[in-house]
Design a protein around this ligand. Structure first.
Ligand SMILES: [Zn+2]
Length: 334
């Protein structure tokens, strides 16, 4: 792991011209589709919004591979109301199962996805090997598993499904053994390295070589929007301090935060503020997790779309003050 900083620098050369975090104006939804597309289309290496009646975000890192589909939803195009308006995928915050089922149906038709298998996220690093029998559990039949934050499969025409409102989606594709993985990485999943748990599971189940994996860190909260307490910051120093030249877990060594840090700057994870709060870059931490799992730097896509900066387009726990639904990340082998 000694060469991680070296790898980060190499990758930064590749990413140096990327722009990020343009804000989305909800009023523009009324405009022509191509106008919306212009607003939220960012970069060929990362994410692009495809517009039809139900917009969704294509994860461009997999565009060169015809047998895999990887997308991320927006909050537009569903039938849910109130804080769940409108494309909400979860019932645990109070939306009805009827609404959620209908949203899955609408979204599935728009994005050409079906046979959904759902995570049951509780900020663990547990990874489930998905089989055909899991299709529809928690949606059209009872769910008989719990505490599952990562899903893997090598079965075609099954849509792995995980859920978000600021946390980080991680997408994995093994084009050699034709297998996929998808996992939910909040701050707990990040410090506990669910990325590595998914890679390890794919290695043992599908004989995946991490060096052959194509991965993407999906749309999620950026460093400029994600303030955390010193308790959380200490957890990150404990795990990542060696890559940040932070000695003795001393938070005062963390560099100072300034406005508009490039959230794709993966050379640093934490910035301190004068009020003893910290700004945390989950993109960078997950990037290091991917490297630590053996994924090659050029095979890790960094997001340029922040949920909190785009709270009218995407559900954001922070941006919507907790009054929100859940977005979905989806991945399927075709
Ligand atoms: Zn942001």
């Amino acid at each position: 792991m000694n060469n991680i900083n070296e790898n980060v620098n190499v990758n930064m050369q590749r990413e140096i011209n990327i722009k990020m975090n343009k804000e989305f104006n909800y009023n523009d939804i009324e405009h022509e589709n191509n106008e919306i597309n212009k607003l939220v289309r960012f970069n060929k290496n990362t994410t692009t919004t495809i517009l039809n009646k139900v917009p969704y975000i294509n994860i461009d890192a997999f565009n060169n591979f015809q047998r895999v589909k990887a997308v991320f939803s927006t909050r537009i195009g569903g039938i849910s109301q109130g804080q769940f308006k409108s494309m909400n995928f979860c019932t645990h915050l109070g939306d009805s199962i009827e609404n959620v089922r209908k949203n899955f149906e609408i979204f599935g038709e728009a994005a050409s996805l079906n046979n959904f298998v759902l995570s049951k996220q509780t900020h663990t690093t547990n990874v489930r090997k998905v089989l055909k029998d899991d299709i529809g559990k928690g949606l059209v039949k009872p769910m008989d598993y719990d505490n599952v934050d990562g899903l893997i499969t090598n079965i075609r025409n099954i849509t792995l499904s995980t859920f978000y409102a600021d946390c980080v989606p991680l997408y994995f594709y093994d084009p050699i053994h034709e297998a996929i993985g998808l996992s939910h990485s909040g701050w707990k999943g990040t410090v506990n390295n669910i990325a590595r748990a998914v890679v390890d599971a794919m290695t043992s189940e599908y004989n995946t070589n991490p060096k052959e994996l194509i991965t993407a860190i999906g749309p999620s909260i950026c460093v400029n929007c994600y303030e955390v307490s010193s308790d959380v910051a200490s957890e990150f120093i404990r795990v990542y301090g060696q890559y940040l030249n932070i000695k003795n877990n001393d938070l005062s060594d963390v560099p100072w935060y300034r406005e508009n840090i490039d959230s794709q700057d993966i050379n640093n994870i934490l910035y301190q503020k004068p009020d003893n709060k910290f700004m945390l870059n989950l993109y960078a931490a997950n990037y290091i997790n991917m490297l630590s799992a053996g994924v090659l730097p050029n095979n890790i896509s960094i997001p340029d779309l922040c949920t909190c900066h785009n709270k009218e387009l995407l559900f954001s726990h922070r941006g919507n003050m907790g009054k929100r639904g859940n977005l979905g990340a989806f991945m399927m082998l075709k």
